[in-house]
Design a binder for this molecule. Structure first.
Ligand SMILES: Nc1ncnc2c1ncn2[C@@H]1O[C@H](COP(=O)(O)OP(=O)(O)OP(=O)(O)O)[C@@H](O)[C@H]1O
Length: 747
């Protein structure tokens, strides 16, 4: 029978135990030698390569424990709840052995979060325990098992070294702070390669060629460390210090950055080297995205609550409902308070039911915006909404802005990506009091900023807005004026409104704010359930220089769904008649040199979508259409500054697509196409719709640069699959094959 689209997506979601795409993880042991490299000397052989390890807080017992050469036999104990034998490593031992650390396996069925936390006596989580957890997860295929493994590790940390839960969580999603603080590591691959060379005595050309061959600098780093004989081993790393040092690395630059990377790297043991280097590159590649991490945290909490009455591996079965409730509560709280520094201490201290009230949303902390689903026409809108009350709003073509004012009157402006854009709009801040009506102390509004023609009193195209300076804007020098179109109110005077319906939110918006000509306006809206009126309103919106309409539910299913691409907001764009219904936002990963008229610039580019699950960019098409000569000049100049010596290890592409130059994933382009088709060459959404083929775009055309999206906000693999599946011809094919199957069954 035909598979529904939702069942496809369920397969990829974190809630099901479907196999992840096969992962190639080379096995590494102490005997592993890299080929083509002269034998490596011990570090003492050369004074330059001798590690200068910074003093770090030391796991004293590990430091002094003698290295045992005899493999420790697992101990058998009896699980009180089941009366069955439980095989564990290092149970009840007061001193952790080297083997405990090296064999640490939180995926084992017999894992006991307390007993197997071999660092329990020291209460400081070894970095190796986290690296081992990542390693096991990377080798695991089923998503549920991956989450379960992480939850075991988290549970151990909660019980044994709770102070390390915040750094462990950040390290697991490769963040150094809440996303909106914008603290990024930004270490170039060549800097890392140089640090690896210095620490291991290998030469740069060799490290580069190995990285190209294996496709992963993390693995190359690990192999280089494992095969290296050391005169002495620096003190073991622990989670909180690694996190602290990574934050430091992010804040410094130049030689001191390089030195710190080097000092840390020489202290890495076993798979620590792989994950330390991957953290610095910015791609952990263990397949744990934020939603899976939140689920793992929730399961970890439930395991902690039942540590005495159930085996960890049984908790998911026995406490299914409690896990579902905890996960929901945690995810909901995280949506309104996306900050682990606040959430984690709260889950450790309070009952999970209190979480929302303990971690309230507040101005200054951006919420991830509610997003819309594309549609291909007015009929699709009415099919979806049936008899529900709806409203249509003009869809302004500018830059999304979440504007916050706190009790002190301070204003912050956040982009669609939760980046802090406040410094870009000093003019808006200067005139923000004009917007207020009555007693308004604090608020969060959702809006679109558009470029504004002051003389003609009309909206200007997005391209004009994009010429506005981004940083350190001086109010006197602003050339492009802007007008803000407000379409939602999420918080007012200390009260969150996200759980109220749009009608109520809109009423409060009109009560507390007022329009100011050319500065602050409410989105033009029409509440109607008449299909002809919607059609006419769509045409008017286009005459008003808008992109089309946003159609929203008013009363039923009409809460503000933070961070969700919701079915209750549909976008209806002017070119909805196209077969695809929406444009795609894709990352430029390579360039092909131009010929003929295009000589001297790039003539074509390789584009990719982003697969959030595998944290990789998957090629989707080559593009050479839609560019003016000036565009090509601009792109060539900009991308020319971001050329890398080789494809990034997290680029997925067919060798036949090899461009002349590879780029860092730094720019997102909006692209339209005639349709999407299955491709034997491109890798977009591979494994979702088809096991072996990816999806590619036919007749792609460049529309514009999307400065407001970073490369990880590009159209993701699931969206590509969804767009492919929604095409009429694909649906019809599926219908007819279902029909045939039914006929087969009948006969
Ligand atoms: N009245 C409105 N209501 C909601 N959003 C609006 C409105 N007018 C303009 N917008 C803009 O439309 C965007 C949603 O549609 P669009 O497809 O352009 O966004 P996108 O950023 O390309 O894609 P995504 O759907 O991934 O956000 C919103 O993020 C917002 O910036």
């Amino acid at each position: 029978m035909q598979k529904s689209i939702t069942s496809f997506f369920k397969k990829k979601s974190d809630a099901t135990d479907s196999p992840s795409p096969p992962k190639k993880v080379p096995k590494i042991d102490a005997k592993t030698e890299l080929p083509d490299e002269p034998h490596i000397k011990s570090e003492s052989a050369s004074p330059e390569t001798k590690p200068k390890v910074e003093p770090m807080s030391v796991d004293s017992e590990e430091k002094t424990s003698p290295v045992k050469n005899v493999k420790k036999e697992p101990k058998d104990t009896v699980d009180k709840t089941t009366d069955k034998k439980v095989t564990t490593i290092g149970l009840n031992s007061t001193s952790a052995s080297k083997e405990d650390a090296e064999n640490y396996d939180p995926s084992a069925d017999s894992y006991h979060p307390l007993k197997n936390a071999y660092w329990k006596d020291k209460k400081v989580t070894p970095y190796l325990a986290l690296a081992r957890t990542f390693q096991v997860i990377e080798e695991t295929k089923g998503r549920l098992k991956m989450i379960d493994t992480l939850s075991n590790f988290f549970c151990s940390v909660m019980l044994v070294s709770p102070e390390d839960l915040v750094p462990s969580v950040y390290l697991s999603i490769n963040q150094l702070a809440p996303a909106y603080e914008g603290l990024e590591l930004g270490v170039a691959e060549t800097t890392l390669m140089k640090a690896i060379c210095k620490a291991t005595g290998r030469n740069l050309a060799h490290i580069k060629s190995q990285t190209q061959l294996i496709g992963d600098l993390g693995i190359v780093a690990e192999q280089s460390r494992v095969s290296q004989r050391m005169m002495f081993q620096p003190a073991p790393l622990n989670v909180r210090d690694v996190f602290r040092k990574l934050r430091e690395i992010a804040k410094i630059s130049g030689q001191s950055k390089m030195d710190l990377v080097y000092n840390m790297f020489v202290a890495c043991r076993l798979s620590e080297a792989r994950f330390f280097i991957r953290s610095l590159i910015g791609k952990l590649r263990i397949g744990i995205a934020e939603q899976s991490l939140l689920t793992a945290l929730a399961i970890g909490l439930v395991k902690k609550n039942h540590i005495d009455d159930c085996k960890a591996s049984k908790v998911a079965e026995v406490y299914k409902d409690e896990i579902a409730d905890t996960t929901l509560l945690l995810k909901t709280a995280y949506c309104q308070c996306p900050n682990y520094d606040i959430i984690i201490p709260a889950i450790l201290k309070y009952d999970i039911k209190e979480l929302q009230e303990r971690c309230p949303m507040h101005p200054g902390m951006p919420l991830r915006p509610m997003l819309a689903q594309p549609t291909k026409g007015v009929h699709e809108v009415f099919e979806r909404f049936g008899g529900m009350q709806i409203t249509c709003e003009w869809k302004y073509d500018g830059e999304r802005a979440q504007i916050h004012r706190n009790e002190k009157g301070e204003i912050s402006i956040f982009s669609r990506n939760s980046e802090n854009n406040t410094a870009k709009y000093p003019d808006l801040i200067a005139r923000s009091t004009g917007l207020l009506k009555g007693d308004v102390k604090s608020y969060i509004i959702d809006s679109e900023i558009v470029a504004w023609d002051v003389e003609r009193k009309q909206i200007l195209p997005f391209q004009v807005l994009s010429t506005r300076k981004r940083k350190n804007v001086d109010i006197e020098e602003i050339k492009v004026q802007v007008c803000v179109y407000i379409f939602d109110l999420l918080y007012i005077n200390g009260t969150a409104l996200v759980t109220k319906n749009l009608s109520e939110r809109r009423k409060l918006m009109l009560e507390h704010f007022q329009e100011v000509e050319g500065e602050w306006k409410f989105a033009t809206a029409l509440d109607t359930n008449d299909i002809d009126e919607v059609q006419q309103f769509l045409e008017e919106s286009i005459k008003g220089n808008c992109e089309g309409l946003m159609v929203k539910t008013l009363d039923e299913e009409a809460t503000y769904e933070i961070a969700k691409r919701s079915r209750n907001w549909l976008k209806l764009k002017k070119d909805y008649l196209s077969n695809v219904g929406d444009s795609l936002d894709l990352v430029v990963i390579g360039g092909y040199k131009g010929k003929g008229r295009r000589t001297g610039t790039y003539g074509g580019f390789l584009l990719a979508c982003y697969d959030t699950e595998n944290e990789e960019y998957q090629s989707i098409c080559k593009i050479g259409t839609g560019f003016t000569d000036e565009d090509l000049q601009t792109h060539s100049e900009f991308l020319g500054k971001h050329v890398t010596s080789a494809a990034k290890s997290y680029y997925r592409y067919d060798p036949s697509l090899e461009p002349d130059h590879w780029f860092e994933p730094v720019q997102v382009w909006e692209v339209k196409c005639a349709d999407l088709s299955l491709s034997p060459i491109h890798r977009a959404a591979i494994g979702i719709v088809d096991g072996e083929r990816g999806i590619s775009l036919r007749f792609p055309r460049f529309i514009r640069i999307r400065d407001d999206k970073n490369s990880e906000n590009a159209t993701d693999a699931n969206q590509v699959a969804h767009m492919y599946q929604s095409q009429d011809q694909v649906k019809n094919n599926q219908k007819s094959s279902t029909q045939m199957e039914m006929e087969d069954e009948f006969y």
